[in-house]
Design a protein around this ligand. Structure first.
Ligand SMILES: [Cu+2]
Length: 626
């Protein structure tokens, strides 16, 4: 079966007029057809558990059916896919949620109503094995009975002979999955369950046009969540998709309580619990998160892989998104894996925020690069001084903890932009998400060409952060609108000779471009002194890719000490040295302290695996001077 792109009546007229152009450029194997006879598949918010729970356990009757999947508006475009359903009910994406107390007996019947053989994973006791599967021929029915097993967040999933990548289907059988939640005995804190799905038109992530969904919907059609201030917001995130997703929360930190995959769920021990603003979800991965919001306002939780949140790489939108000029509707400058969350005061009223009085004022000018108008630059102006870089990472913005700073942002580009203070805890209005951010009626505006915006905040933590565009990201970010943001403890100054920043980026949207370290593919050597303690700050702000980092001397990894992640200190974990080898995902920052032990050359290796791109930097270490 070829994937088919369905259309609503509303779009039909438009498509009749424009279909030839759309199809020519669509590249997808998607074909536009007017047959709307397939049954409609519902988006599943995972608020109701499937089946009937009795003293004998849970009885669930599932069916696998073909249908039309509407990831956007219910009258919007659709895809022809397979989906799970409960017998007698509408098919759902994600499939019906199985949710039971631990050790409950589960009796599942699955009817395969499609003309394909299906292989089902995950219909067994947890923890389980990925290769413990059920074969279900076309038209066949199977009954399985098992004990749910250990508490945790899991899922079941299936393949139906479609194309796979890394064993995960990405086309017509890409949405065959559902939550499998085993609750501990006793009272269970309220939570919400979110499943990430990914339909795509070709295997390679960097070439594909995708339809990424959360609980069956793509932004701005994803569910809107609302919590009172002081809530303990618990989320279960399940990633049966064949892609990784570094999930980023704006304006706050959250904690990961447990992590795992379809088959196991491991609680994070209290000693390893940490505050993060971005958490990496591996292919097939899961996480349970806790967020205690401290500010009212509208926030987003989103994947930091830009092709998962950009209209340009959406199978539905990319054709109308060529040059960024269409980024005029603030709700449509993002697509895909974005959740919008509103935090309201306990009494439901909008809080009147008293802005702190700025103790420091500076200007941030966003302009085209004089030498290359395709490149964009940030410049910082303060007290008559201009700090500028040659594009790539913008100038490092060094702020002081708890000092209110007013940043007057001026946009000299031909297109709208915005600035997001990535990882900083601040008011929603200043957070840089146009059309959404803000509190009550006040909405963060786009900064139109020739216009300005004043951001005001007092960063409460000292650490390593990022400032970057949050408009037309895939183009603007890869054109140079990103830079380090360093917050220092009160009364300290930044010393670049002992405090090293490593910004990893890529100057191309997809397969074009190359991996850069601090703006260069061939960075100059560093100079270290043996016996001197350095702080190393790593930032991944590539559009789409994670980087493996290794620091090696004499063929062995050197040792360094992790001290912070995403700008949050790792305390109370006592710091200890570990081999210098880790993976960093887009939107993450990691800080280490490092004391070179002996003279010689240390090689810092940066490897981007999927695109076979590499950067090397040598640190020449000289003997300690006494
Ligand atoms: Cu993603």
């Amino acid at each position: 079966m070829k994937a088919k792109l369905f259309i609503s009546d509303a779009l039909l007229h438009f498509l009749i007029v424009f279909a030839p152009a759309l199809l020519a450029a669509a590249r997808a194997e998607a074909t536009v057809i007017g047959d709307l006879s397939l049954p409609r598949i519902a988006a599943n918010t995972n608020q109701c558990a499937a089946g009937i729970l009795s003293k004998d356990g849970l009885t669930v009757e599932l069916e696998i059916r073909e249908g039309a999947f509407y990831p956007e508006d219910e009258s919007g475009p659709s895809l022809q896919v397979f989906a799970f359903a409960e017998a007698g009910k509408q098919s759902q994406i994600p499939g019906p949620m199985i949710r039971i107390p631990q050790d409950t007996w589960v009796h599942v019947t699955v009817h395969n109503l499609i003309a394909r053989d299906v292989l089902i994973h995950g219909m067994h006791t947890r923890p389980g094995e990925n290769d413990d599967t059920i074969d279900l021929a076309a038209g066949a029915t199977r009954d399985v009975t098992f004990s749910a097993g250990a508490p945790g967040a899991y899922y079941y999933w299936a393949t139906a002979g479609g194309d796979t990548l890394g064993g995960r289907p990405y086309k017509e059988d890409s949405q065959l999955h559902g939550a499998f939640i085993v609750d501990p005995r006793g009272a269970v804190a309220p939570d919400r369950v979110f499943v990430i799905g990914m339909w795509r038109d070709r295997p390679l992530a960097q070439e594909s046009f995708d339809v990424p969904v959360i609980n069956g919907k793509s932004w701005p059609y994803t569910e809107r969540l609302k919590y009172p201030l002081g809530s303990e917001v618990r989320w279960v995130w399940l990633n049966p998709s064949g892609n990784v997703h570094p999930m980023h929360l704006h304006g706050s930190y959250f904690q990961v309580l447990s992590a795992g995959d379809a088959e196991q769920s491991d609680p994070v021990p209290p000693s390893r619990m940490r505050d993060v603003s971005t958490n990496f979800m591996a292919v097939g991965g899961t996480m349970t998160t806790l967020w205690k919001p401290e500010r009212t306002g509208r926030w987003i939780f989103h994947c930091h892989i830009l092709t998962h949140i950009s209209p340009e790489t959406s199978a539905f939108h990319h054709e109308s998104m060529h040059d960024g000029g269409q980024h005029t509707d603030p709700m449509n400058h993002m697509a895909g894996l974005v959740m919008g969350i509103t935090i309201v005061a306990r009494d439901g009223r909008i809080m009147a925020h008293k802005s702190p009085k700025a103790e420091r004022k500076l200007q941030l000018v966003i302009a085209k690069d004089n030498s290359n108008p395709k490149k964009y630059t940030y410049s910082i102006l303060e007290a008559g001084q201009v700090t500028q870089t040659g594009g790539g990472p913008g100038p490092t913005l060094v702020l002081t903890r708890n000092q209110p700073v007013a940043i007057h942002i001026t946009n000299q580009l031909d297109e709208a932009t915005s600035v997001h203070w990535h990882g900083i805890e601040l008011e929603s209005y200043d957070d840089g998400v146009p059309g959404w951010g803000g509190d009550g009626p006040r909405v963060t505006p786009m900064i139109a060409p020739g216009k300005s915006f004043d951001a005001l905040f007092a960063p409460p933590r000292a650490g390593t952060f990022i400032y970057h565009t949050h408009m037309n990201d895939l183009f603007q970010l890869t054109s140079g609108l990103y830079a380090p943001l360093i917050v220092l403890p009160e009364g300290t100054t930044f010393h670049p000779e002992g405090d090293k920043i490593f910004v990893l980026s890529r100057n191309g949207k997809r397969t074009d471009g190359e991996l850069l370290l601090n703006g260069s593919a061939t960075p100059a050597p560093l100079a270290f002194r043996a016996g001197v303690r350095y702080r190393l700050r790593f930032i991944d702000i590539l559009a789409n890719n994670s980087i493996v980092i290794n620091a090696v001397q004499d063929g062995k990894p050197v040792e360094w000490t992790p001290i912070a992640k995403d700008g949050a200190d790792l305390a109370p974990v006592p710091p200890f040295a570990i081999p210098a080898s880790f993976t960093i995902a887009p939107g993450e920052t990691y800080d280490f302290t490092f004391t070179p032990e002996k003279s010689g050359e240390i090689e810092f290796k940066y490897d981007l695996l999927l695109l076979d791109e590499h950067v090397r930097q040598v640190a020449k270490t000289t003997a300690e001077v006494r």
